[in-house]
Design a protein around this ligand. Sequence first.
Ligand code: C2E
Ligand code: CA
Ligand code: CA
Ligand code: CA
Length: 278
Amino acid sequence: AKEGGRNSYQLYTAEMNVVAMDRLLTQNYLRSALQQDELELFYQLQFDSISGQVVGIEALLRWNHPELGYVSPAYFIPMAEEIGIIVDIDRWVLRQACRQRKLWQQQGLEDVRISVNISALHFRHDLIKSIQLALKETGLDPRLLTLEVTEGCLIEDIEQASKTLTRANELGIKNSIDDFGTGFSALSYLTQLPFDTLKIDASFVRKLPFDQQECQIVATIIAMAQGLNLGIVAEGVETREQVDFLTKKGCSIMQGYLYCKPANADNISTQLLELYGT
Ligand code: C2E
Ligand code: CA
Ligand code: CA
Ligand code: CA
């Protein structure tokens, strides 16, 4: 038994080393990804379930590495934060998303905002300046831009976050709370920070409409958001039943595979053309 224990210990450390090496390798790859043009934006359309219209577009980052293939942002974004290149990545994303949205505007798409995910770390590195630079470089109207931030991360410096988000509002940009309800942050942040929209996290939506407790939570989030005059977007919508439940409760803006899978700009352009083209 003792020997078995030692063996499994050795196996464990060996595995750990592989994981550590793997991380190190990936980190080095990630550093060069920006220069190597390996980053790409995908887009996902948001629909109003009642009117059937497109009401928003979220930009979702993809890293297409020649050897690793597509690496999930859920994996490499935290890594980019760790090794201190997230702000550079954010800036690239902002510029690219604004450029693409401007292009769609020139092709006739009006009044639909593009949502960009922003790392909380960026709030400490003059986010407003990054945004203004992207707007200036691309000529995009700030009224076509929405920032998505996760609530929990802003707690550290709430005053700074509030100032930045207020400034964004003054420029005509809207602010969205991402992944609402998944963190441990207090509800008071909802009123302390100038948010315009709340996104119901996919983990809640997934269990609708068959889980009684989950239904209650979602209904309560919607009622609260309405009371606070926030727009509401449901994430991860995959079934007709989910749409019916959410719409009945007062949330009609849907983002999810049922309506649109994240896809590259060309693909989304085609979908927009089919919807609105001549
Ligand atoms: P998120 O902001 O919550 O984005 C929604 C995620 O749900 C996306 O995953 C999207 O592809 C996925 N999704 C959309 N509809 C459905 C559905 O119907 N079913 C299921 N199962 N999933 C759906 P993705 O693209 O892998 O992104 C993961 C996370 O990475 C994002 O979560 C966001 O937090 C982060 N992220 C993505 N792009 C960026 C970026 O440009 N900058 C930063 N800082 N973070 C980003
Ligand atoms: Ca998001
Ligand atoms: Ca989200
Ligand atoms: Ca989410």
